[in-house]
Write a protein of this length. Structure first.
Ligand SMILES: CC(C)(COP(=O)(O)OP(=O)(O)OC[C@H]1O[C@@H](n2cnc3c(N)ncnc32)[C@H](O)[C@@H]1OP(=O)(O)O)[C@@H](O)C(=O)NCCC(=O)NCCS
Length: 264
């Protein structure tokens, strides 16, 4: 078995991006070989080829990337969903048990965040889509909806995607999905590229536990990251673009928002 070759320290976050171009049949077949029978059945249930393709790349990405961090072959990773659908690694190897991962897919991109020993949530959206601004009025916090509507009309769509991705990254880091009421916590995004979170009383959490960053891996996608980290900790990012089983490159990226209290 190939030894694990990626070192991951607790202060590091590794982000793996798979842009999802059409691939040739030979590569599809190789990636398909990594999937379990159950995953192949799920893939076949997608009606559209586009969704099958994204599912294939997602599973191949998770399996090949996780194998960089622990001596487990890509096809041998096992997962169980938690009570709110988040997949957890069940391989007993100590290195596997320490890993945390979260992924998100949207048109043209699958992104996977890997950390060790601390929670992480990630969300990506294609900003080429029309922003459903009315969703903010119905589901976001009052402060978020008001701040959004106070912006010049031309800036509202971008702010909507920013809020949406940050909110998703937080509920995904908690692993609780939409059982967390979206209106009970607020992201404060201001003009100086900083980001803070605040909680309503009754939502059992503290702003000091979480930090947020935003990246733009390309012109059409926003990525929001929520990491369990105190404001004094140094955090380091590494970003790669991969096509599973084919290629891997360092990805130049722009950090477009950071936590307020620390320049990490
Ligand atoms: C499932 C949910 C956690 C994310 O869904 P999503 O934004 O549609 O999808 P994403 O592509 O970003 O993330 C899906 C991945 O997150 C992971 N995931 C699933 N449930 C999760 C949970 N409870 N917590 C963390 N991660 C979860 C899975 O790996 C999943 O991918 P997979 O099924 O291919 O393994 C949940 O938040 C949801 O249903 N959201 C619906 C969208 C919405 O209404 N958002 C409100 C915007 S503020």
């Amino acid at each position: 078995m190939k030894p694990s070759d990626e070192l991951l320290a607790p202060h590091q976050v590794h982000l793996w991006h798979a842009f999802t171009p059409q691939q040739d049949e030979a590569l599809n077949a190789l990636q398909l070989g990594l999937l379990t029978p159950d995953e192949r059945t799920r893939m076949a249930r997608f009606h559209f080829e586009r969704d099958q393709h994204r599912y294939l790349i997602t599973r191949a990405l998770v399996r090949t990337v996780l194998s960089r961090y622990a001596p487990i072959a890509p096809a041998d990773w096992t997962f169980e969903p938690g009570p709110h659908g988040r997949p957890y690694i069940t391989n007993p190897h100590l290195l596997a048990q320490q890993l945390r991962f979260n992924l998100s897919h949207t048109d043209g991109l699958v992104v996977l965040a890997v950390t060790t020993g601390r929670e992480v949530g990630i969300d990506t959206e294609s900003t080429a889509r029309t922003a459903p601004l009315e969703v903010a009025d119905r589901f976001f916090s009052r402060q978020e909806a008001q701040a959004l509507r106070a912006l010049p009309a031309a800036e509202q769509a971008h702010r909507f995607w920013e809020l949406w991705t940050f909110k998703e990254s937080y509920i995904k880091a908690r692993g609780l999905g939409l059982s967390l009421p979206l209106s009970k916590f607020s992201l404060q995004l201001d003009g100086d590229a900083r980001v803070d979170i605040g909680f309503d009383e009754g939502l059992d959490d503290s702003p000091a536990r979480w930090r947020f960053w935003q990246l733009r891996p390309d012109a059409n996608h926003l990525v929001a990251l929520c990491l369990e980290a105190s404001t004094t900790e140094l955090v380091e990012f590494s970003c790669k673009a991969v096509q599973p089983l084919l290629s891997e490159d360092t990805l130049a990226f722009e950090l477009t928002r950071r936590p307020r209290a620390f320049q990490g």
